[in-house]
Design a protein around this ligand. Structure first.
Ligand SMILES: Cc1cc2nc3c(=O)[nH]c(=O)nc-3n(C[C@H](O)[C@H](O)[C@H](O)COP(=O)(O)OP(=O)(O)OC[C@H]3O[C@@H](n4cnc5c(N)ncnc54)[C@H](O)[C@@H]3O)c2cc1C
Length: 465
């Protein structure tokens, strides 16, 4: 009987454990698997809390169905039937700039009509095919944006996108690590417009040949969750893993002992395992792995995390003064507002708030404004209400409020990230039987986490076999 220990019960740890257990069974490998989660409830950043009829997502509110991984996992778990897709409202996205909300242009005509960018900004953006080539270093997102699309598009389009996904600072984020697909498109097609035209042509051809349906979702995909909230996914993983999941216990240290790994836990136990997978955040994995390899621990400590506060506000729809017909809006840093963006959760998904009400979820802080995490609830709420007034014209106070603070919310892939990953992988190749997975390395979206879990589970089965 082989023994495997997984540390961390967020989506990454739970999916890795579930897939490893399944694949080991299919490969005929007898396996005793244990997952340790330090909190009382598994799920990590995923938490869907229903209070007074409002369904508040403390972390993610879904995943995009344009990538297959999470959908495949749901199918394997037998919960595909319960998937709940966002409605068409989710396609309308807005940017708050110069005192008003601007709909994000979806095509050439709406781009030309939009007042989000000035005419010089638009002209610079359409000059993208003539932009200077890649400088060859680990370019930051901001440098890439300025080089290809111009300064204004960088500030008003690229930077809000960076805060929407990573709560990050584009001046430090590595383009190739945060948005590898964009870096790849530039490399393969020589520019973003060229890539867009080539891919559209390819899609048209595939549609003609019947390889894809004409109603296939756009490149962004459709935001997908469950009626009960995204926690339904982690709850099901934990439920199916059953007693293998031990909550309220944290791993303290990992040490090699005669070809096996010994893991000390917070309750004083010692686990002996053939294989250990850490799916905990980098800052938590670092002290654990210190005894086994101090160099890996140092490299993990170099991955910073942004702070983030989530402010859920519930309102009566009557007299709100805004139609809420969309996904929500993002705010460029130069606007000097507290919120990074506000998602109109109850417009995208049904049953997120009681009949006749709306649920808005604002984010504040991030890598550019870490000090905001220290604001009192009253001050934070006051500032959010002010921002909602300026941007959406909401003058009344919310009837329902829930505030969540993430001190270490999202890992930041800053310049040098790919070099650090390569160094970690090099060191790990000498530590047979230790694996690292989770959102600290190759993507923070749920699809990325599940993709990493799939790859890790496969490597673990190969190792055990
Ligand atoms: C506010 C917010 C909104 C987001 N929105 C979206 C979205 O809409 N769509 C999307 O795709 N992604 C979104 N993300 C990103 C996504 O939610 C995360 O990247 C993902 O959930 C991380 O999963 P994980 O399992 O890798 O890490 P985590 O969820 O952080 O899980 C790590 C687990 O390890 C445990 N742990 C730590 N140390 C130990 C220890 N020593 N022993 C045992 N256990 C330990 C922790 O308690 C935790 O449960 C969002 C993130 C945040 C914070």
């Amino acid at each position: 009987m082989k023994k495997a220990l997984i540390i961390g019960g967020g989506i990454s740890g739970l999916a890795t454990a579930w897939l490893l257990n399944k694949q080991a069974g299919e490969a005929g490998i007898p396996l005793q698997l244990t997952l340790l989660e330090q909190e009382k409830q598994p799920g990590g950043k995923i938490k869907s809390v229903k209070e007074q009829g409002y369904l508040c997502e403390w972390g993610p509110n879904g995943f995009l169905d344009s990538k297959p991984q999470t959908l495949e996992l749901c199918k394997a778990l037998g919960i595909s039937e319960q998937l709940h897709r966002s409605n068409d409202n989710a396609r309308k996205r807005f940017i708050f700039s110069d005192g008003e909300l601007h709909r994000l242009p979806e095509n050439g005509i709406s781009f030309l009509k939009s007042r989000l960018l000035s005419w010089p900004g638009k002209i610079r953006l359409v000059g993208e095919p003539f932009a200077a080539g890649h400088p060859g270093d680990d370019e930051t997102l901001a440098a890439f944006g300025r080089r290809r699309l111009g300064d204004e598009a960088m500030r008003k389009l690229i930077a809000p996108m960076a805060s929407g996904i990573f709560a990050g600072d584009p001046e430090t984020m590595s383009l190739v690590s945060c948005f590898p697909r964009i870096a790849e498109l530039e490399r393969d097609y020589g520019g973003l417009f060229r890539a867009m035209f080539a891919l559209a042509k390819k899609k048209k051809q595939e549609r003609k040949e019947g390889k894809i349906s004409s109603s296939a979702a756009g490149p962004g995909g459709t935001l997908t969750s469950f009626k009960q909230g995204i926690q339904f996914l982690t709850d099901n993983l934990a439920l199916q893993l059953g007693e293998r999941v031990k909550t309220g216990v944290s791993a303290v240290s990992i040490r090699g002992n005669r070809g096996k790994w010994e893991v000390k836990t917070s309750d004083g136990s010692l686990f002996e395992a053939d294989l250990v997978i850490s799916a905990s955040p980098a800052f938590a994995a670092a002290p654990m792995i210190e005894t086994a390899d101090s160099e890996i621990a140092d490299l993990l400590r170099q991955i910073p995390y942004s702070t983030l506060s989530v402010i859920c506000c519930g309102y009566q729809l009557a007299g709100l003064g805004h139609p809420l017909d969309g996904f929500g809006f993002l705010v460029p840093k130069e606007e000097g507002r507290t919120v990074l963006g506000t998602l109109w959760d109850s417009s995208m998904f049904e049953q997120r708030s009681p009949e006749g009400t709306a649920l808005l979820r604002s984010m504040a802080g991030g890598a550019c404004r870490p000090e905001l995490i220290k604001l009192s609830d009253d001050e934070l709420l006051k500032r959010v209400c002010e921002d909602l007034k300026v941007s959406m014209g909401i003058t009344k106070s919310p009837d329902f409020v829930q505030i969540i603070r993430h001190q270490q919310a999202i890992p930041q892939y800053i310049s040098g990230h790919s070099k650090r990953l390569a160094a970690i992988e090099q060191r790990l190749s000498e530590k047979k039987g230790i694996f690292l997975t989770g959102n600290a390395f190759k993507g923070v979206g749920l699809n990325d986490c599940v993709a990493a879990s799939m790859a890790t589970a496969q490597k673990a089965v190969d190792y055990l076999g």
